[in-house]
Design a protein around this ligand. Structure first.
Ligand SMILES: [Zn+2]
Length: 434
């Protein structure tokens, strides 16, 4: 596994030597190839493209790609079984859940033959970090003890330490700080909100961290003020990058910190407005095509984030195109009156429960109490399931504020956009990102 990830990584490195025009040609060839694959091997795409007047023959022409209809989250939600390709087996596919920006759970299949680890290494290299560097992560993966042991073996001799964003308690923070002292990570990677929250809490508590060489942050806009705060606290440069649970690594900053280079050799990252692929620098929606997922093809998939292209070549000389920092994603954390941060995991509150819960929204009130609004299905057990899942959130809140369920008929967008987590609470040691 590790060795083939290394092979993938070497091929990514080789692509960095291409000219911008050659890399763009590689991108166009892969784009039309995966569209053709999808039409041949996925019942959904066969019908979808045929209904829009495309034949397999039409997909011999690379320029046809940019005319293909867009795939929406709603389509994935409704047609997941038909999107699955005939290449998908139990061995090569695994379900990945994400909440989607509206808080409705979204199920996609990941292709286990894809070496996403190599994509992380690519970014690390751009940031001056070797693949085997000791790493600290701030994320929301719940690893079992046996999974942790397996991971430790896989990454020997490097060490990975982890802070779980679902609950940055005093104990967890102290344990993380002492693991940091012991392993001296060269690289810190995590969610923007988590890294900022860690920096603020550690500052308040007088906990210091020996500087890593670089910090990678993702899953939220990185305002310059927060970048400065992170860099100041940790004494290392902080780099933004862009990934999603549906399509792993998509783009990242280079050492120039001026826009995100898209991974044009493994993804087509487009900016689209009103269905039209934009060639200029105006703002639009991010639409991605994953060249490598052959069990659940994602072709011209609307992620729901906003960005714009940067047309000028980057001073670093890399051939990869650039986009401006991605906006419009929901932040995923709440702060309690004590300063405790409940972070990550919130968007997954009803993951796997779409039989019962159609949509939900977390709304923290001015008095810090939390209302979870649920739009339920007709299922007779829907209320019970909605309540049960709330227990996990209540356990994390640990009685500090009330958490209540509100069953609603509709969840309305705010300022034209669904907001998945909202907070009217006064800002304390950490602030929400909106
Ligand atoms: Zn660059």
């Amino acid at each position: 596994m590790v060795r083939s990830s290394a092979a993938v990584w070497r091929s990514l490195l080789a692509n960095e030597g291409l000219s911008a025009a050659d890399l763009s040609a590689v991108k166009d060839a892969h784009s039309i190839a995966i569209a053709r694959f999808a039409m041949k091997h996925s019942p959904f795409y066969a019908e979808f493209y045929r209904d829009h007047g495309f034949s397999l023959n039409d997909l011999e022409d690379p320029s046809a790609f940019y005319e293909l209809p867009l795939l929406t989250k709603e389509m994935i939600r409704e047609h997941a079984d038909e999107i699955r390709s005939d290449e998908s087996t139990e061995r090569n596919s695994v379900t990945s859940m994400s909440s989607g920006s509206t808080g409705e759970p979204l199920k996609v299949l990941r292709d286990l033959r894809v070496h996403a680890r190599a994509y992380e290494w690519r970014l690390q290299r751009w940031w001056g970090i070797e693949p085997w560097a000791n790493t600290a992560t701030i994320d929301r993966h719940y690893r079992t003890a046996s999974a942790r042991r397996k991971q430790a073996l896989l990454w020997w001799p490097s060490t990975r330490i982890q802070l779980d964003t679902f609950d940055i308690s005093d104990e967890a923070l102290e344990a993380f700080a002492s693991a940091w002292k012991r392993t001296r990570p060269e690289f810190l990677i995590g969610y923007v909100g988590g890294v900022v929250a860690l920096a603020r809490l550690a500052r308040v508590k007088g906990i210091e961290f020996e500087s890593p060489r670089a910090i990678g942050v993702t899953a939220g806009p990185l305002p310059e003020s927060q970048r400065a705060e992170i860099e100041d606290f940790f004494g290392a440069p902080a780099f933004d990058h862009y990934r999603s649970s549906e399509a792993n690594w998509m783009a990242g900053e280079c050492d120039r910190q001026s826009g995100l280079h898209t991974f044009d050799d493994i993804k087509n990252v487009e900016i689209v407005r009103d269905g039209v692929h934009l060639m200029d620098e105006s703002e639009g929606e991010v639409v991605i095509t994953d060249f490598e997922n052959k069990v659940f093809p994602l072709v011209r998939y609307q992620l729901g984030d906003l960005s714009s292209r940067i047309l000028a070549p980057c001073a670093c000389g890399r051939p990869h195109s650039r986009i401006s920092p991605v906006r419009g994603r929901t932040s995923d954390f709440l702060v309690l009156p004590s300063g405790k941060v409940i972070l990550g995991g919130l968007t997954g509150l009803y993951a796997g429960a779409n039989e019962y819960v159609r949509q939900f929204q977390l709304h923290q009130q001015a008095d810090y109490s939390i209302i979870v609004r649920c739009l339920l299905t007709e299922h007779p057990d829907a209320v019970e399931v909605a309540e049960k899942r709330l227990a996990a959130l209540r356990a994390n809140v640990d009685g500090e504020v009330p958490v209540s369920l509100e069953i609603v008929d509709e969840i309305r967008p705010t300022r034209g956009k669904f907001r998945f987590i909202m907070s009217d609470a006064p800002k304390t040691t950490a602030t929400t990102q909106r």
